[in-house]
Design a binder for this molecule. Structure first.
Ligand code: DQA
Length: 148
């Protein structure tokens, strides 16, 4: 039997604190609950989902580069690096895999420094403000795209 398409879900800095970090903004779900939510959503969509989180820009860049050989698509919440990181943007452009950018909160409703994301210009799509549901929708979009 052919193996399922592999999607890598990456979460950026401070998202390891989900559940206790500003729950009124980011919700009450912990990172490990979010990751199992993504794996279960992936199963229902016929995807193999693996998840990783890092507080380090270079580590995220490394995982995006490695995904070229191991994944068919990416879901990325770049968190604070959205608003600062040319390096993440360049890594995404370099690997050329379809990527959906996700933010739990609606970054456009918040402080003006959050309104621009370096990642958005190289993302297939951007979902923000829908909480954890945004990750499920991102996986659904990738599943549809990979089916052609
Ligand atoms: C975030 C929004 C970013 O502005 C913030 O720095 C985060 C999380 C979100 O998921 O809403 O860390 O990406």
């Amino acid at each position: 039997m052919a193996s399922l398409p592999h999607i890598l879900v990456l979460n950026g800095p401070n998202l390891n604190l989900l559940g206790t970090r500003e729950p009124d903004v980011y919700g009450k779900m912990t990172l490990s609950e979010l990751e199992s939510f993504c794996r279960t959503a992936g199963e229902k969509l016929g995807l193999e989902v693996s998840c990783n989180q890092s507080n380090h820009e270079g580590e995220l860049v490394g995982w995006i580069q490695q995904a070229r050989d191991s994944a068919q698509g990416l879901v990325l919440n770049p968190a604070g690096y959205s608003h600062t990181s040319v390096a993440l943007r360049d890594a995404i452009a370099a690997v050329g895999l379809p990527l959906i950018e996700v933010h739990l909160s609606n970054i456009h409703k918040r402080e003006s420094f959050r309104h621009h994301s370096y990642v958005s210009a190289v993302a297939e799509g951007v979902i923000c403000g829908l909480g954890v549901e945004g990750y499920r929708l991102a996986l659904q979009a990738l599943a549809q795209k990979l089916k052609g």
